[in-house]
Design a protein around this ligand. Structure first.
Ligand code: DC
Length: 217
């Protein structure tokens, strides 16, 4: 069986950074599932242009997506969209469309296909609960909302100088609320997960803790 490590958690908990390093150290594949939902948000937005859109239309739009990941870049229908997907607005759309059960069902197999030998590290909201419930190690990675807002602020500084900590904190809180309260695949964990609060941990410490947990499985 392919070894899978899932790292779920709220926005800006550092899951992406940590998951990528863990994958690298173990020589495993890496899947950032949030990028799939962000690509969907971007694609729907581009195609409907502010108009109302219903579930059938969103599902049909998924069929018209040709999404691939190559060397850290995200390709959507031949366009490199990596940086465009990082926009906070696209994150909100990802969260909004990700709350639709039909959308999640449609994306399930696409995500599962990433589990290949020698292994996969993947991060998201429901990777341990729904997509890979039998993963070898399931982490729920979190940090305080203010720590997460500061981290996002630093990240955004590189390409969006207008962002403020207060604005980011509000976005984070409302996205957490939307992701945790939806009826399909909400952000949650249970006793099969390892809970890790990294508010006071460095990236290296978080990575080492996850590797330690993995090795002892
Ligand atoms: O991980 P992220 O911030 O890039 O994710 C953006 C949004 O996508 C998140 O707020 C909710 C949605 N998402 C999801 O519903 N399920 C996942 N497995 C990953 C992301």
């Amino acid at each position: 069986m392919v070894s899978v490590i899932t790292i779920d958690g709220p926005a800006s908990s550092g899951k992406g950074t940590v998951a990528k390093i863990v994958a690298n150290k173990l020589g495993f594949y890496y899947l950032e599932s949030g990028a799939i939902y962000r690509a969907l948000g971007f694609w729907v937005n581009k195609n409907v242009n502010g108009k109302d859109v219903n579930v059938d239309e969103i599902v049909a739009l998924i069929d018209s997506m040709d999404l691939s990941f190559n060397d850290g870049e995200v390709l959507l229908n031949s366009e490199v969209v990596t940086m465009k997907l990082r926009d906070e607005y696209i994150g909100m759309l990802a969260s909004k469309y990700g709350s639709i059960a039909e959308v999640r069902a449609k994306l399930l197999q696409f995500q599962r296909n990433f589990a290949k030998t020698p292994g996969l590290v993947t991060d998201g909201r429901d990777m341990g609960s729904i997509v890979f419930p039998d993963a070898k190690l399931k982490i729920f990675l979190t940090a305080s909302a203010s720590t997460r807002a500061e981290r996002r602020y630093k990240q955004l500084q590189q390409f969006d100088k207008t962002a403020t900590i207060e604005g980011i904190l509000q976005d984070i809180i409302s996205r957490d609320e939307q992701d945790s309260s939806r009826s399909t695949a909400p952000l949650s964990y249970d006793s099969t997960f390892e809970l890790l609060d990294n508010s006071d941990m460095t990236v290296d410490e978080t990575v080492n803790r996850i590797l330690e947990l993995y090795i002892t499985r």
